[in-house]
Design a protein around this ligand. Sequence first.
Ligand code: CUA
Length: 166
Amino acid sequence: SEHTHAGAAVAARAEARWAWIVGAIILFLVAMMAYMSLHWAAMPPTRTETVDPTTLHIAGEFVETNLGSVAEPDGTVTVRVLANQYSFTPQCIVVPANTPLHFRGTAADVVHGFSVSNTNVNMMLVPGYISNFRTKLERPGEHVMPCHEYCGTGHAAMWAHVKVID
Ligand code: CUA
């Protein structure tokens, strides 16, 4: 009948309208995903710091006189470490117990591993980048600091010491 036809036409129009709305929502979400992935792919990870590995010994934060522990005005201690095939500088790091520590390290040549035995300190030292690790070591004692990333023939002999004092 005429009446049924009119009802079907109204239903079809409503259906088409909703199909457009759903389509627009899907398009918007896909566009947002594409935008976000491109946006993040174009950005370095948060707080990435770069450094020129070829001039570390000449200028900047990682010159030899700057390496090791330094007490900061805010009561924390910053520890700067440089990794080379096949040693860490400094060879012995002394830090106070129960104090916020901020390790900052980089590598001059290849990727090295940085870990302090019996602690949560563990990171990679990558040429061109500064690695950061914040922790607090509760008890006084001695720890070994081995390189835990294969870095060449001298890898197994590459390690240093960390001494936690009261
Ligand atoms: Cu440095 Cu392994």
